[in-house]
Write a protein that binds this ligand. Structure first.
Ligand code: NDP
Length: 269
């Protein structure tokens, strides 16, 4: 019998996770049912308990705005979920235990390895933003690269995050002066058609500029980096598929191949 999974969020209609997991299921031959589930903003815990009482569910992905609530609902946490303070992958054990993990950071690292190359361990990374997505990256990224520096519009948040994760921080407008191999936009600026106020020389001298946001057309940050002359500019679709692949592995014990799904998603209008 197929095991059942959900992606829980609010809003959730836009989520690509069901089509990604359906493709993984076809590729691996593991039959699963994976659907979207809208939770009301209030009382995540109550709705989760109700879901587990009425249906036999094996796991769930959790997206905006419930990742912190999913963290609090987890009885057991992976190290990376604990460090991130957020959970995007829940496993519901037969004994009733809820296990929380966070696959965002490793999803990002795997996509960047594909785009930047295997010498990622020599890279100096400038991370723009100090919200939930930045935390997910900081839980994993520092062990894969030479250095990480956080810069944020509200500088105090970057300073505090850098202290917590043992990385560097610098003012957003003052990032020019050092040389960054990879610049990551983990702000939500692109969602509002805006760009972070970073010097264009920071972008032009980087080998890779990466926007966590994904879109059918170039995001505002991607356009900003392309105009500045960065030769290698990408959105976060690869991270989305990679984090899904890691969730699939946690639940089903097999890591699916990401490239065909990514290729197919990019080609689908
Ligand atoms: P949060 O709301 O937690 O954080 C928002 C961050 O963006 C803050 O640091 C905020 O700065 C900054 N910011 C917002 N507007 C601007 C602006 N105009 N200029 C400069 N900085 C700005 O959001 P998340 O961290 O949850 O999400 C960030 C992005 O990551 C979103 O676009 C989201 O879609 C994407 N994402 C992609 C994933 C993927 O799989 N590809 C996974 C997770 C997230 P301040 O502190 O000053 O307010």
């Amino acid at each position: 019998m197929s095991r059942r999974f959900y992606v829980i969020g609010n809003p959730i209609e836009h989520s690509l996770s069901p089509v990604i997991h359906a493709a993984f299921a076809r590729e691996t031959g593991i039959p699963i049912v994976y659907e979207k589930r809208l939770f009301a903003i209030e009382d995540f815990d109550g709705q989760l308990q109700q879901l587990l009482k009425t249906e036999k569910v094996s796991g769930a992905n959790v997206t905006v705005p419930f990742k912190t609530k999913a963290y609090e609902a987890s009885r057991t946490l992976s190290g990376r979920a604990r460090r991130a303070g957020a959970v995007n992958t829940l496993s519901f054990r037969k004994d009733g235990q809820i296990v929380g993990d966070n696959t965002d950071g490793i999803g990002f690292v795997r996509d960047v390895k594909r785009l930047y190359g295997e010498n990622l361990d020599k890279a100096h990374v400038l991370l723009l933003g100090a919200g939930g997505a930045a935390r997910g990256l900081l839980a994993v990224l520092p062990e894969f690269v030479e250095s990480v520096t956080v810069a944020n519009r509200t500088e105090a948040k970057a300073v505090s995050l850098a202290r917590e994760f043992g990385v560097f921080s610098c003012p957003l407008e003052g990032a020019y002066g050092s040389s960054w191999d990879i610049v990551v936009n983990a702000t939500s600026a692109s969602l509002n058609g805006a760009v972070p106020a970073v010097d264009k020389r920071v972008l032009s001298s980087a080998s890779l500029c990466y926007d966590l946001m994904y879109s059918r057309v170039a995001t505002p940050f991607m356009q900003q980096a392309q105009c500045a002359g960065c030769p290698n500019v990408h959105d976060g679709l690869g991270m989305l598929v990679e984090q899904a692949a890691e969730s699939f592995r946690i639940w089903n014990g097999i890591r699916p191949t990401v490239e065909p799904v990514l290729f197919w998603l990019r080609a689908t209008p």
